[in-house]
Design a protein around this ligand. Sequence first.
Ligand code: NCD
Length: 301
Amino acid sequence: MYHILSCDQFARDDLERIFKLTDDIRTNPERFTTSLQGKLVATVFYEPSTRTRLSFEAAVLRLGGKIISTENAKEMSSVIKGESLFDTIRVIGGYCDAIVLRHPERQSAADAASVARVPIINAGSGSGEHPTQALLDVYTVYKYKKTLDGLSIAVMGDLLFGRTVHSLVKLLALYKDVTIYGLSRDVLALPEEYVVYLEERGVRYIPCRSFEELPYDLDVLYHTRTQTERFHTDLQVEEFIIDPEVMKRFSDRTILLHPLPRRHEISPAVDTDSRAAYFAQSHNGMYVRMSLLHSIIGTSF
Ligand code: NCD
């Protein structure tokens, strides 16, 4: 693994290796404290972030590396002077050992990789993909369910602009006998390219428009925020809200995930439900990112 650009690049074996290493890092963190010694990682974010940037930075620091960061690259970098992403990446690549990039263009990660002299890690490319989020999502499911084969998973909310969903469905397609339900309003349905991707890999994809269409014994419910910042018009979309009443529709084995940040689509009253796994999920993110950084630029031992 050199760059992490899209979930297209992963095979099932890669995920197994990443999860095994993540477990190892969690159990034996002291063995990894010098993995990134002498390494400098740049976090370059052109869009807002809390979890992704800070969990990457925490991961670098916990592995003994150092960080340079531009948290608001859109306003605080030379972009404002008209510099292209290509030039910015060429320059930053000369200062560091890896670049973690979040950018509003779908092509950004691939564009950056085409000129970078160091590994690029895609931390969100517009409404395209968010591969490291999907890796931590699948890792979380694996921790709760022990396997991904044979699971039923509902992705819901904004399937049109939700890049975490786009990456997640690609990873789910690596497993056997997975059923994916896509619960959304019509206007926020999963784009055709992902439906075709799933079809080509023999994954059952069932578009839904109401909670009634989801099975009681669903394994995973994965809700997402409506990405209003990506709307080109002032489209009003009625959101699906998950509250304790809605949770009664599902079995005690149905875990609830969300990449966060949430707004009102999951009521805080659900947080104490033992099936609510979204805070554990975001905590897992740091370990998965440690595992990725260790694999890409770490010292092997
Ligand atoms: C997501 C993102 O940036 O796509 N956040 C995250 O990285 N955990 C989801 C979102 O912003 O809604």
